[in-house]
Design a protein around this ligand. Structure first.
Ligand code: AMP
Length: 278
């Protein structure tokens, strides 16, 4: 079937009404400027659903006043082509005015212990914005399965809580982080990096690998793991680097299959995040 571009809620609802009842919908929410990380989510959706929806929307409410909302890379034409090539059924790419009607809309209050630490501490209001847009999109699309990258670990854990706490009948499917050959996690923001910054940026996956290797050798004290991994990150401006559980509570000792190393650092002006699911 031909990929269809939908930009209005009316057209989206009209399309949904035409779908056969009970046909499974896979949904991949994105901010566009698609790369192979996004495409892996699309691929996962295609495998298990009759119909795949991709949203492309740079959501203003999840950006702080001093963040890169205006500069965030956008290329709808190229994204649409990639979606076509990868068998997406619907690309939903609305204008902000279609999604937000009021300047002071109802928002979601995320759990304090999960949403105001790490990313949520550095990016004030970020997760309120993320949960608001994801819930709006869920309410519009009502997917059977929704696909999220483990690359944004805190976001994924909060969306799992959103679905659990609000009894949303949607399966959240976590997808592994896709990386470039040099190990750097794919991100739309990687295009901001110059050559030297990129050289420094690849120290991020190396530091995470160091943690993974040290755990394999028997080290389980998080302070020791972080301290030695930090030495690899010279040239980067570390914002946070910690090991926590899936409730985002810091741990003193690693617990297998229950821990997460979270790292955010700036290479030049570009913020990069990465993590290790332990
Ligand atoms: P974004 O467009 O950055 O909002 O990302 C949209 C979705 O793609 C989110 O669920 C991200 O976690 C996921 N994603 C982004 N980068 C990657 C990656 N390198 N590997 C896997 N998933 C990713």
């Amino acid at each position: 079937m031909k990929t269809q571009l939908i930009t209005t809620i009316n057209d989206l609802i009209a399309y949904k009404n035409k779908l056969t009842k009970n046909s499974s919908i896979g949904f991949v929410p994105t901010m566009g400027y698609l790369h192979k990380g996004h495409l892996s989510l699309i691929e996962a959706s295609k495998q298990n659903n009759a119909c795949t929806f991709v949203s492309i929307f740079v959501n203003p409410t999840q950006f702080g006043p001093n963040e890169d909302f205006e500069q965030y890379p956008r290329d709808l034409q190229k994204d649409f082509k990639l979606c076509e090539e990868n068998g997406v059924d619907i690309v939903f790419a609305p204008q902000a005015s279609e999604i937000y009607h009021n300047t002071d809309e109802i928002a979601i209050l995320p759990p304090k212990n999960m949403a105001y630490v790490y990313e949520g501490f550095i990016r004030e209001g970020h997760f309120e914005g993320v949960l608001q847009i994801v819930l709006k999109l869920f309410n519009l699309i009502y997917p059977t399965n929704a696909y999220f990258g483990q690359k944004d670990a805190q976001q994924l854990l909060l969306i799992q809580r959103l679905v659990l706490d609000l009894f949303l009948p949607i399966n959240i499917i976590p997808c592994p982080t896709q990386r470039d050959i040099d190990g750097l996690a794919l991100s739309s923001r990687n295009i901001y990096l110059n050559k030297e910054e990129r050289q420094n940026a690849i120290k991020i996956p190396l530091a995470l690998k160091h943690i993974s290797d040290s755990i394999k050798k028997g080290e389980n004290k998080t302070s020791i793991l972080i301290k030695s991994a930090k030495t690899i990150l010279e040239g980067l401006d570390i914002e946070y680097f910690d090991i926590c559980d899936y409730n985002l509570t810091p741990l003193s000792k690693v617990q297998k299959n229950k821990s997460l190393a979270l790292l955010a650092a700036k290479a030049g002006k570009t913020r990069l995040i990465d993590n290790l699911w332990i």
